[in-house]
Design a protein around this ligand. Structure first.
Ligand SMILES: NC(=O)c1ccc[n+]([C@@H]2O[C@H](COP(=O)([O-])OP(=O)(O)OC[C@H]3O[C@@H](n4cnc5c(N)ncnc54)[C@H](OP(=O)(O)O)[C@@H]3O)[C@@H](O)[C@H]2O)c1
Length: 258
């Protein structure tokens, strides 16, 4: 078992999850780098962490799949003996960005599987392990961070499934926060705005023009590091009397203006 605290980050091979994995490694966490398909990208994240004298392990697992989730947690525990932090970051966007009246069940099932069912049941499995580890004195406390989106509150009629699943992450965060408070586990939502990753690459021109027109006060693309720093702050124990909160990382997009 490692003496270092351990963070399990889903979807850590690319984009926001990669930045979170690297930041938590810099903070002294051993990191489980989960990914779905892109082993080369996950291996690169692991190599960067190992080269900086950290500890990391890449584990392929589809978070929408029950057996994969169980194996992900089992392999994390068998490698490191503990999980102190879970970051539910893995996510996919709406297939084809279809208008509400053309939306498909296939996209609904895929988006809800990865973006909501996966985080819910992975939180359940990891929380059970954290409760055990805390009771036996292996870890002092646990943290669960759910990466949602501004789409939890700002509707896009061409991505209904994505918006609805992300808005449910708010209630999920509050439920787990309420249930786990007595177990010394705190739960937070981090709500990114528009972040420059592979997910947003296909709609870059649209967001370039929204940025130029000042749709959010801090006129720039968000970066994975912006989200990673917010996650590091939340797991860094600067908010000991807060749980269930949502931290916006959106350049001020959530501010309503006239
Ligand atoms: N980019 C944005 O502007 C933005 C804004 C708000 C919220 N978000 C949210 O932030 C999170 C990360 O987004 P991103 O922009 O970094 O996405 P991304 O660049 O497309 O990367 C997605 C990551 O999730 C992994 N992944 C996808 N499906 C998975 C599955 N079924 N099981 C496990 N891992 C899976 C991918 O693994 P592989 O490499 O193996 O494919 C990859 O590591 C998502 O929840 C997204 O909804 C993003």
């Amino acid at each position: 078992m490692t003496a270092h605290p351990v963070a399990l980050v889903t979807g850590a091979s690319r984009g926001i999850g990669r930045a979170i994995a690297l930041e938590l490694a810099r903070c002294g966490y051993a990191v489980v780098v989960n990914f779905a398909h892109n082993a080369a990208a996950a291996d690169e994240v692991v190599e960067l962490i190992l080269n900086a004298n950290g500890s990391a392990l890449a584990v392929p697992a589809d978070v929408a799949d029950s057996a994969d989730r169980a194996r992900l947690v089992a392999e994390s525990l068998s490698a490191f003996g503990r999980i102190d932090v879970l970051v539910n970051n893995a996510g996919i966007t709406s297939a084809g960005r279809r208008d509400l009246l053309e939306a498909t069940e296939e996209s609904w099932d895929a988006v809800f599987g990865v973006n909501l069912k996966g985080p819910f049941f992975l939180s359940q499995t990891v929380a059970r392990e954290m409760v055990r580890l805390i009771r036996e004195g292996t870890i002092p406390q646990g943290k669960i961070i759910n990466v949602s989106s501004i789409s939890a509150a700002a509707g896009s009629t061409d991505r209904a499934d994505y918006c609805i699943a992300k808005s449910a992450i708010r209630m999920m965060t509050e439920l787990f926060a309420a249930r786990l408070a007595d177990e010394q586990i705190r739960v937070y939502e981090v709500r990114p705005g528009v972040i420059e990753t592979d997910m947003t690459a296909p709609v870059k021109a649209k967001y370039d023009s929204l940025i130029a027109s000042g749709t959010w006060p801090l006129r720039r693309w968000g970066q994975g590091d912006d989200v990673a720093k917010a996650v590091a702050a939340l797991v860094g124990d600067f908010f000991p009397f807060s749980t269930g909160d949502c931290l916006n990382v959106d350049g001020g997009f959530h501010i309503r203006r006239l």
